[in-house]
Design a protein around this ligand. Structure first.
Ligand SMILES: [Zn+2]
Length: 105
């Protein structure tokens, strides 16, 4: 998955409650096959009791999404796409958009 989705990529959710929504990748956990997307898949947590005093607050945070439920959005063609790779003349591997063949870096 070295050439998969990375932090700061734009992605679109393809399944679940936030299907069709887009956001920026905050964090990727390749070993767990999951990632976090800014503002998407939000869960609300109750702040627990602290020191015997009840704090009535709620906090929200992003819950992880499975890699298989997101697709990258290409910054060039604005299509949800798949990532390909291309080897440049100097041997550098780069990610490309499989829809328009533009380099994604
Ligand atoms: Zn593209």
């Amino acid at each position: 998955m070295a050439f998969g989705i990375r932090r700061n990529d734009q992605v679109v959710i393809t399944a679940g409650r936030d299907k069709g929504k887009r956001g920026r990748v905050l964090r990727v956990e390749p070993r767990k096959d999951r990632l976090f997307v800014e503002g998407l898949n939000i869960v609300t947590r109750h702040l627990g009791q602290q020191g015997g005093q009840t704090r009535g607050g709620l906090t929200t945070k992003e819950a992880p999404l499975n890699m298989s439920n997101v697709k990258i959005v290409c910054p060039s063609c604005d299509e949800k796409s798949r990532i390909g790779t291309r080897i440049l003349g100097d041997g550098t591997k780069v990610r490309i958009c499989k829809a328009c063949n533009e380099v994604l870096e």
